[in-house]
Ligand binder design. Sequence first.
Ligand code: MRU
Length: 344
Amino acid sequence: MKNMMGLSIKTEQGQLSILDQTLLPHQQRWLHCQQVEQMVTMIQQLQVRGAPAIGIAASLLLAYRAEQGDSRAQLLHSAEVLRASRPTAVNLMNNLDAMVAALQQSDYVSAAVACAEQLFAEDVQLCLQMAEHGAALVQPGERLLTHCNTGGLATAGVGTALGVVRLAHQQGKQIQLWVDETRPLLQGGRLTAWECQQLGIPYQLICDNMAAMLMARGEVDRIFVGSDRIAANGDFANKVGTYNLAVLAHYHQIPFYVVAPHTTVDPSCSDGSQIPIEQRPAAEVRGVRGSFGQVCWAPEQAPVFNPAFDVTPAKLVTGWVLDSGVFDQVAVAAGALTRLAVSA
Ligand code: MRU
């Protein structure tokens, strides 16, 4: 496998390494990943996270196992184990489908390696294309708002929604970014804030429940979020709290965009009700875990509801920013997303 370098995933001298995102921003520790079970744990614990990143990491691990001499039957079994690691981000399923197809070829080791390398390179390219389309929407001086982490940590490239913000900043548009901290796991507070700091993007961190007040005061001009799965009708799943933002944006008449590569579109889901939503451990809501350890502030046995994602209905979306362009309500209602996924 050739050397490839992302912000959170890298391959070097045939080894796959993952930047442990649970330790950010206070520690930057790269972990070698060599076993399927190890990758499943890393995905489930969000050491590697973000829809495109988990698909690419799982594919690279399969390619690594192929190079280590696993048989085709073992690799096909491993693909199914990896597929079951998290249910919502369809990029994982789409990338593993591509890997399974590569494993059918006679020289399945070379085919698997080439496929995983291609998925990495493709994601870098798709991120750049989304950034171009999204940044073109941003007007000078705008105050943008985003949720969760959708940057280099969540993809192989510059990111989805945060990639748009990054390019608008690099284009000298003098933007400012409100970063939702994103309870319960604080991907905004820990990861997006860290990326903005590295990139020199002017940002302010807010608790999720402050967005309404900012919108009412006229301090949010445009919202960009990512997605883990987009249904054929344009409904989409993203980090829990995205739906709140969409409702607020609608009420305050603020443009609200979802930014995702075509690998996030799932035409087999006709609408958002068909998107499987991951439920996560109660401890994440009862307290918080970080590089400092686990803190529990709720009663230890407090009953908890902890969906990782929510679904935003298409009618609340101003535009779908994909690698091939920006689609509006009319285009999506006419089946643009389905055609895109089919032609990809
Ligand atoms: O649970 P996570 O941290 O993997 O959730 C990530 C998100 O919800 C992102 O917004 C989504 O994957 C798009 S990232 C490019």
